[in-house]
Structures are given as C-alpha cells and as structure tokens.
Unconditional design. Structure first.
Ligand code: SF4
Length: 344
C-alpha cells in the first residue's frame, strides 16, 4: 500500500527521509513487511545525522535482529489455543478479546501479533459469519462481561463495519464493557473524524485504549484527538510497551506519562516485551522495568504511574510486578532513602 498517506517500502521511506535504508532491509521485509504512515515517519528526527537510534525509526523500520531470533515463538501467549470460536480469545472467565481486523496504520516492529502479518499475510477483516459465531458464543456465555476489540487496529475498519461490530456486541445483555485498543491516534490521527468520535461516544460502556510509547508520539494533533475523545465522555487509558533503545529509561517514560495525565489520558499498563519471534531484541529484561518503577516512586504522581506487567507464556495471563522495597523488614523513605519501620 503506497499512497493515501502510507508507504509500503523501507527503501522509499528512507529515501523520503534523505537517508539510507537499514542494513539487510530486503531480507527482513521479505519476512516481516514494512508499512508506515507518512505522518508517523514525519516524527523521525533527522537533525542528529543518522536516524537509526531515533525512537520512532526503531519502532517502524526493519532491523536485522528481527531475523536473528529463532528461539522466540510466533504465538507464545497461546492465543490460538484459547479461541473457543475463530476470532475470539478467552483467557479469563469474565473477559474476551475479539480480533476484528489485521490492518494497522503502521506496522510496529515490536508487535506481539507479528504472526498475523509475517510472510506477506494479513488477517482479513472479520466476516459477518465470524461475527455472528462470536456473538452466539458470547450470548451463551454470560460470564463474559467485557470484550476487548482488537486486531490489528479496529479504527482502521470502515466506520459502518465498526458500528456493526459495536452494535452486535452491545446487543448482548451480559456485555457491560467494551474496550477498543488502537494505535491510530499515534500513527495516523487524521483518519479519525469527529463523526467517528461521536459514533464511539454513543456506546455507554466503551473505553478507549491508546498505545503511546514515547513522548515524541504525543504530538499536538494526537493530543487534540485524545482531548476530543475525553470531551465526548469516552474514558481514555494508555498502554505502553517497554522497548529497548526506545523508551527504556525512567526520565523518558515519566515525561510521556506526565503529558498523558495532563490531557486526561490515564497510563494504564507498562508491558514488558513478550517472547515473540522477531521481537525479542526489544526486550529490556524485567529488572529494567522494576528499576523504572522504583524511580517513579519519588518522582511521579500516582495518577501517572501505570501497572508494570508481564503476560505469561502458555496463555497464563498477566502478572503485575512491583519492586521489592523492604530491606531488613523496613521500608526506604521516598524523601531521603533512610529505612523506616512500619508498625503492624
Ligand atoms: S498497531 Fe498494534 S497490532 Fe498493529 S502492528 Fe502495531 S502493535 Fe501490532
């Protein structure tokens, strides 16, 4: 897909940025194709010379390390094994995930569903029959009260198709909450019209989950769009992935999280990278996430601190992690670090 604001070749993207494509890009693209919006590429900072260490570049441009990871699994979270019907993942008794499309506005190189777009494939948009089968399952499974609409990116669907999905899910009496996960506000905010915002606002139980990873992604355009969602009464939460060489330092993340709460977007999760094939070079190690979290203790408002979590292999679910603060039965002061006894 080239045109309409998208570029589908790393060589062309690099040429637009007046720079050379990354080493080995042809082989990497043959396995994991490139796609980025012109908007997202425009966020790459070229002022410092080679952009290879730029956090936006690293998130969207192919890297040779993607092919060096043969131990990672395509689906370590066992999503395929947890589908009672096609497109619907049920890991927890009360929640399910509906995969509605494989389309995205930019292919993130760290994507945990990279298997959907490896080797030139792409998960198709959900069909009417698949939606009906998922709906029938949810009708006969009243324990599920919340559905995460995911993909791919649901906001890449034509509005009418998305409305049909939301109408279908809302018609199920036992579904109280819909969560819509999207990175379009980050990678292609201009695709979201006031009509789309109004359409989403009409569903009372709908929450929006954005995916900002770096403060440079939170441009005035993206921030204004988040403001429109909030103004329309849609709660907006953000998920961030901790990515080596992109955002793996406390100062960068604190800047992002402060900017998000200032526009009433709540940082919800900070995820460690899943052990997905072709992605693991972005993994920082869990210790890094705990170190970042510990640094937040005295330097970041609790409003801005997300839950740091890992998603267990074999579909074991999320586990939230906290640094161990206690030493010799005492806790360090957030002011000067001296150890304090907590009675009781
Ligand atoms: S937008 Fe989400 S689903 Fe699409 S490539 Fe990025 S991380 Fe993967």
């Amino acid at each position: 897909m080239t045109g309409n604001g998208f570029i589908a070749s790393a060589r062309e993207a690099a040429a637009r940025l007046n720079t050379a494509p990354p080493a080995g890009y042809r082989e990497v693209e043959a396995r994991y194709p490139f796609l980025a919006s012109e908007y997202y590429l425009s966020l790459i900072d070229r002022s410092g010379g080679s952009p290879e260490n730029d956090p936006i570049w690293r998130q969207c441009m192919p890297a040779a390390e993607e092919l060096e990871d043969e131990d990672g699994l395509p689906d370590p979270l066992a999503e395929s094994a947890q589908m009672p019907v096609p497109r619907l993942i049920r890991r927890y008794p009360d929640r399910a995930v509906l995969l509605v499309t494989g389309s995205c506005a930019t292919r993130c190189r760290f994507c945990f569903r990279k298997r959907f777009w490896a080797d030139g494939g792409e998960l198709a948009d959900i069909s009417a029959a698949e939606l009906a089968a998922a709906s029938a399952y949810l009708h006969r499974t009243p324990a599920v009260s919340e559905v995460l609409i995911s993909g791919g990116d649901p906001l890449m669907l034509p509005s009418n198709d998305l409305r049909s999905i939301l109408d279908e899910l809302s018609s199920i009496e036992t579904i109280a909450v819909l969560r819509l996960g999207t990175r379009v506000p980050v990678t292609r905010p201009d695709l979201i019209t006031p009509e789309t915002v109004a359409m989403l606002a009409a569903y009372p139980g709908l929450w929006l989950m954005t995916h900002f990873n770096h403060p440079r992604e939170l441009t005035p355009v993206s921030a204004a769009l988040c403001g429109e969602f909030v103004q329309a009464g849609i709660p907006v939460l953000n998920q961030t992935v901790l990515l080596k060489g992109v955002n793996d330092d406390a100062a960068t993340l604190a800047r992002l999280f402060r900017q998000l709460i200032a526009i009433k977007v709540k940082p919800h999760y900070l995820f460690h990278v899943d052990p997905v094939r072709g992605v693991r070079h972005f993994a920082t190690g869990i210790a890094k996430g705990l170190e970042v979290l510990a640094a937040f203790r005295s330097n970041l408002s609790s409003l801005a601190v997300p839950t740091f979590a890992i998603d267990l292999p074999e579909g074991g679910g999320k586990v939230s992690l906290q640094p161990e603060y206690r030493r010799n039965g005492k806790y360090p002061s957030a002011v000067d670090g001296h150890l304090i006894d907590y009675p009781g």
